[in-house]
Write a protein that binds this ligand. Structure first.
Ligand SMILES: Cc1cc2nc3c(=O)[nH]c(=O)nc-3n(C[C@H](O)[C@H](O)[C@H](O)COP(=O)(O)OP(=O)(O)OC[C@H]3O[C@@H](n4cnc5c(N)ncnc54)[C@H](O)[C@@H]3O)c2cc1C
Length: 426
């Protein structure tokens, strides 16, 4: 039963924000509240694919989806503006030219690059966190490809972003027939690339990267970057210097730094600390999800900064918020309502149309991995569009965890595979 109209304000239209807005709008339609979505861009960026823009396999426009087309016909008001400040005690968000009041606020502003205070790292390297970063890398790599000198591209950070970028750039260089003069090195501080991922997947990824001619240096923390990124030091000793023609920094992310006054509790990586309901304890009408939020699993470990986690958290809040604030139930007294999610599929892009994954404990690659990726992408976009009104239960069920949803998803995947096969035959 509706108690009063609520204004729900969602900050950020990335994976967490757009999925939450379109899915929550279904309940708010019925219960006559208002959903406002704010982002500095007029488009939703498919951040997981920007390394393909950096390597010229996608154009910038191919990884942008206009927000208005995703929310068409839904009870969502979109405001394109940069968010300047949040004032929790007054329930106000300050935008560039206006202030908006909220009853419920969800902060989904993503992450930015973390440089670990390493000397020269920020000034002398390129980051990869946006489509414009990706276009900048593309321009720089294209210029290196045109040069006749021997060149080395160094990617600092062997997490998913660095590994995916290395794989894509290697295909770019191979296609331009510069494989002998242009090399790629990944430098990783930890003993392995893709730390925290499935071990069998890591082994397979290492094999593929070696086959692509990519040099991988693990247990090699960078201490200093100098000379426009051409000198990378692994210790204070000059002998540890690595020469680079282009240095790309993908070594870490921290929560997007949005001023909140008075400040809320954050981790040392600037992530907003939330409870098991993705809610800020001191401000029960403020939630945070996605890369900017520090959400802990049942063992007290933080969920990793992944789109699949951001989407699950959004799906979770789209059900929790209406219960909590519109039906007036205090979810904090309901332990069964906590956010929980087990990662069942891991998939990593290793070049143009090249994927490796782990699916139900099986390592997959080649056409099957590519098909799973295409399925996940198409389902993701469909389930944003169908969020309001829940017209397409089949598409949204991929993001549920129950057994019914898993069966439905299995059938949908089979249908998708058949349609793809049919398209190729015709
Ligand atoms: C190259 C690359 C490859 C990746 N591969 C994978 C992968 O294979 N699998 C996976 O699960 N994850 C992957 N990720 C991680 C994934 O993209 C992130 O986890 C995901 O984008 C987080 O979603 P989010 O909604 O929290 O943030 P984002 O998607 O970053 O969205 C944040 C939104 O906030 C907006 N915003 C930020 N600040 C402001 C402001 N001040 N004012 C207004 N708007 C603002 C931004 O414009 C953006 O739209 C990859 C990331 C990269 C960079």
């Amino acid at each position: 039963m509706i108690s009063s109209n609520k204004r729900i304000v969602i900050l950020g239209a990335g994976y967490a924000g757009i999925f939450l807005a379109t899915n929550i709008a279904r309940y708010i339609n019925e219960k006559a509240g208002e959903v406002i979505l704010v982002d500095r861009n007029h488009y939703h960026q498919l951040l997981q694919e920007i390394h393909l823009v950096a390597a010229g396999f996608r154009t910038a426009n191919e990884v942008k989806i206009p927000i208005l087309t995703l929310i068409d016909g839904m009870n969502i008001k979109f405001i394109q503006s940069t968010i300047k400040q949040i004032r929790p005690e007054k329930n106000i968000v300050v935008l560039e030219s206006i202030e908006i009041k909220y009853d419920i606020l969800i902060i989904c502003l993503g992450a930015s690059t973390k440089y670990f205070k390493i000397r020269g790292a920020e000034e002398n390297s390129l980051p990869l966190r946006s489509i414009s970063d990706a276009s900048m890398i593309y321009d720089r790599v294209s210029a290196l490809i045109k040069s006749d000198n021997k060149q080395n591209i160094v990617i600092v950070g062997g997490g998913a972003t660095g590994v995916s970028l290395a794989g894509a750039l290697s295909d770019f260089i191979k296609d331009s027939k510069k494989i002998d003069s242009l090399s790629i090195t990944i430098i990783e501080a930890l003993p392995t690339i893709l730390s925290g991922w499935n071990e069998r997947l890591i082994k397979k990824v290492n094999e593929v990267l070696h086959r692509k001619g990519i040099r991988i240096m693990t247990s090699s923390p960078v201490t200093k970057v100098e000379n426009c990124g051409s000198s990378i030091y692994l210790s204070n000793d000059a002998a540890s210097k690595i020469q680079s023609s282009l240095t790309i920094w993908t070594a870490g992310v921290k929560g997007y730094d949005i001023p909140i006054d008075p400040e809320v509790e954050k981790t040392k990586d600037g992530k907003i600390i939330v409870n098991e309901f993705c809610q800020i304890d001191r401000h029960p009408n403020i939630f945070s999800i996605g890369d900017i939020a520090a959400v802990k699993d049942e063992n007290g470990k933080l969920y990793p900064p992944l789109a699949q986690i951001a989407i699950r958290e959004a799906k979770y809040l789209s059900k929790l918020i209406p219960k909590h604030f519109i039906d007036g139930i205090d979810v904090r007294a309901m332990p069964n309502e906590k956010f929980e999610y087990n990662i069942k599929v891991q998939l990593i892009s290793l070049g143009n149309d090249d994927y490796i994954g782990v699916f139900n404990h099986y390592v997959i690659s080649g056409n099957l991995a590519k098909l799973v990726e295409e399925f996940a992408r198409s389902t993701y976009i469909k389930s944003i569009k169908s969020g309001s009104g829940g017209r397409d239960i089949i598409d949204t069920s991929l993001y549920e965890d129950n057994i019914f949803a898993q069966i439905v998803s299995g059938i949908t995947f089979a249908r998708f595979t058949f349609m793809q096969w049919l398209e190729k035959k015709i």
